[in-house]
Design a protein around this ligand. Sequence first.
Ligand code: SF4
Length: 507
Amino acid sequence: MEFSSRVRQKHARLAGDRREQYPHSLQFYLEPPTESISLVEFESFAIDRLKLLKVIENLGVSYVRSTDSYKTKLENELRKLKFPYRALAEDDYEARRKDHISHFILRLAYCQSEDLRRWFLQQEMDLFRYRFNELTESLMQKFLEYVNLSFEAIGEDLKNELANELCASTPGFSLLKVKEQMFYKVGLADAVDLFRARRVFIKDGFAYVPFKEIDVIVLNNYRTKLSKALALTARSLPSIQSDERLQPLLSHLSHSYVGPDYSVQKNTGKISLEQIDALSVKSFPLCMRQLHRALRDSHHLRHGGRMQYGLFLKGIGLTLEQALEFWKKEFIRGKVDADKFDKGYAYSIRHNYGKEGKRTDYTPYSCMKIIMSNPPSQGDYHGCPFRHSDPELLKQKLQSYKIPPSGINQILELVKGMHYQLACQKYFELTHDVDDIGFSLNHPNQYFTESQKLLSGGRELKKEINNSGNFQQKNSQENINSSSTPTSSNATADTELEGLEAYFTED
Ligand code: SF4
């Protein structure tokens, strides 16, 4: 894939029509794209796929995958983001192309660590499973032939001969159903999952797999191919990391947040410092509640905590003057005197508000940024408690917040499956006494806003935060258009924050 930053038109396609590359709506993504694409298209495709995979993660936890609700919601999302959603559609070339290219971009971004690879693999597998099962029988056959996975269906004679064994070894099958269904003779290596789960009849080194289970074989095959490909892609990281156009984009994507930006200051000055203690209990996500408690208890937070919490407070509406007063009052109750605060700590607070240094108006951290970067060490309180706390400590914390035992178990299960944001959603549901959170959580400030909406009976207590657009994406596109070395806005902001960290490292 080649990239061009000389973009004249939004989403302009640089290459010609390559329809013949995509004979099926479904792919194993064996060949990377070879066409030139603009950086704008590169980023917009990647962000859309990321949105899609996030929805898939969410649906996978909230619904049984084979249910109509799961399928309908996923189909809606595919339609909305313009990815292929109907296997039969002949005229979805653009969607197939986007599907192909976006998969490979995220593959680059998500090969960078074991955690990222595992997450990406899981969501891509779920997407593939849904699409494969939506194919008609004949399209399935065609697709399997195309990817060299066609299996031999056994003849009626052999099926009648083995009918009793097939019936006994295939759960949920009666003799009648055996008669009706097609069975395939598959090499044992391809049917390991079914064999392990004792769901197939085995004879002479072959598994006899009913048609309805063929997806397990195909998925197994896809998983093997994709995990190998991710490992191979990871090996080529050094060359990617040396590309100054790509590296910031890819690193931004793997920490990416795809929702609204919460730095917009429409709600500035709408809360008072006296409200913060109560709000921290009612409306702060666990990460911020933990930081607030630590600040009140020790009258100090180390650098990572001040950045994470300070920007969050800015996002919920604290003015610069309020922030200075808030932090100063707390710090001088500890070991920092007023003079030291004014000379050192006040600078970084003004910096966060864009009043010092490069005068960048910094955005509050998204969940992905908190989860994926700068893990807390001893004495730190920043990070995401669902990701960074020991499960036993997390359990104790949840118990102390009066979360019922069944809820704690659900949260710990989600944490075990590495669904940290979903664990946080569950925490929201339990602390707000709602059955369904009704939104996909991606940002601590989103948590706060939604909590306030709910507690005020649908109307926000505070003036509305501007949720209208994807500021981060928009801004990064502007950067791309205006610069010969394009980076996303957040990547730029991240670099600047890192600069700030180096400048101001006092703990
Ligand atoms: Fe905070 Fe996000 Fe973690 Fe929730 S999931 S605790 S909002 S970082």
